[in-house]
Design a protein around this ligand. Structure first.
Ligand code: ADP
Ligand code: MG
Length: 429
């Protein structure tokens, strides 16, 4: 088990192959980096920055680029701020998929950040709060506390909302972050007049995110857009080769196998993260066979294992009701649907009505209260963003216009994974 850390394994440093590792150098992203940096550069002059929205498919380097830039932004200022600015930049990063998916959670995450507990600040969010946390306070109170600390210290707060399309009330949240700038007043810091600000960097896998925003929010946002294109096979080869050099022992992965992995990742939306996972899994498989070199067959075996893992992670980390909806779809699909079909109707499509009925039934089995139709519609949209289902509208037939649902992955596999995750035994599953 600890073989990877021993001197004679195939890996030199496994952490370098992890998707959480952020390399200092990010080749092929110079243009995007300078676009974002130039928007944020006004913060270095103590002036509010425009908001930035970063779009691009998964594994195109969005998170890494933004993390590198914001880290530098904070470091740069800690040197210069006292002399030139007398106001400071704070960055609050969160991945909205990991629980920061409501206005309340986002505010809480910002307010409870260690940076806002610093002794040198005034009007700190936790001042006078005896419990030491802000649980249970209203979003309105959290908003006022946020405004107070930013205003009193003339802070320039940069809120990074990674995977922002996972926020339920994205409209309200983004609107609040624009409005707050109209409410923040000037203060005098060391005899100089300063005004704090809040800017947002939103990161989304889907370009259509902004289409779902209220026009009022969209226009208030006044955001700059940066789009990350998928990497091609050649670019992926360079990115992966760099990681091979640092992560594997010499000769661990041949150039032709790096090229093969790069080609597979290029087919998978140019996803560098997927390429890295293939690389790591192939290494583990080779190591399992006590070899010091990855073979082509290890890469192919890694491909099917990684694909299964990805689906598994995606499904098991979904909130419960999303899992119940997904289960209801897969389960019903396995029975060929509930409503009577026309003879020529495609067999892999369900009506949203029959799925909702099955969802209610599944909730009953699990002793959960089903959510309303409206929520159910939201859940379907979220599953669609994640690629787990595909939705379309039926023509206006006998049932009127209704949403049609297809599964985005294999029915049996989805049912097995989500069934297990919800705790269904073989009997019901
Ligand atoms: P995204 O946020 O767009 O899904 P990430 O920034 O998480 O993508 O990148 C996924 C993985 O690929 C990370 O491990 C990252 O280090 C790596 N990666 C992405 N782009 C580059 C690049 N240009 N150079 C080196 N590594 C990269
Ligand atoms: Mg990301």
């Amino acid at each position: 088990m600890f073989e990877a850390d021993r001197g004679d394994g195939i890996f030199r440093d496994l952490s370098i192959l992890s998707p959480h590792y952020v390399p200092k150098e990010l080749p092929y992203r110079k243009g995007e980096i300078s676009q974002i940096t130039s928007v944020l550069s006004s913060l270095l002059k103590g002036v509010k920055s425009n908001n930035v929205f970063v779009y691009g498919k998964t594994g195109t380097g969005k998170t890494s680029v933004v993390k590198n830039i914001t880290r530098e932004l904070e470091l740069y200022l800690s040197e210069e701020e006292r002399i030139k600015l007398r106001s400071r930049v704070l960055v609050s990063y969160m991945n909205c998929r990991l629980g920061f998916n409501s206005k309340y959670q986002v505010y809480l995450k910002i307010l409870e950040d260690d940076a806002l507990k610093e002794q040198t600040l005034v009007a700190r969010p936790l001042d006078g709060v005896r419990s030491g946390n802000l649980n249970g306070r209203s979003p309105t109170e959290l908003y006022s506390r946020l405004k107070a600390v930013v205003e009193a210290n003339a802070l320039h707060l940069v809120v990074v909302l990674d995977e922002v399309d996972m926020v339920r009330e994205a409209d309200e949240l983004l609107y609040a972050f624009t409005r707050i700038n109209d409410e923040i007043r000037e203060v005098s810091v060391d005899g100089q007049v300063r005004r704090g600000s809040v800017s947002v960097i939103g990161i989304s896998n889907s370009y259509s995110f902004k289409n779902n925003l209220d026009p009022r929010t969209k226009s208030a946002l006044c955001e700059e857009e940066v789009v990350f294109k998928p990497y091609n096979a050649k670019q992926l080869k360079t990115i992966l080769a760099n990681r091979v050099k640092a992560g594997f022992r010499k000769g661990g992965v041949s150039e032709s196998n790096v090229a093969l992995i790069a080609a597979l990742a290029a087919q998978t939306n140019g996803d560098a993260r997927y390429g890295l996972r293939l690389l790591q899994k192939a290494g583990e498989i080779a190591q399992g066979h006590r070899r010091k070199r990855v073979k082509k067959e290890d890469v192919m075996a890694a491909k099917s294992r990684v694909e299964e893992d990805i689906l598994h992670e995606l499904i098991t980390t979904l909130p419960e009701h999303l899992q119940i909806v997904l289960y209801s779809i897969a389960e019903l699909m396995g029975r060929g649907g509930q409503y009577k079909r026309l003879a020529d109707a495609p067999s892999d499509v369900l009506f949203s009505g029959e799925v909702y009925e099955n969802y209610e039934r599944t909730c009953k089995l699990l002793n959960r209260a089903p959510r309303t139709m409206r929520w159910f519609g939201e859940y379907l949209k979220e599953l669609e963003i994640l690629g787990l289902v595909a939705l379309s509208m039926s023509g206006s037939g006998i049932r009127g216009s209704t949403t049609l649902i297809r599964l985005g992955a294999g029915q049996a596999e989805v049912k097995r994974i989500v069934g297990q995750s919800l705790g269904f035994g073989e009997a019901q599953a």
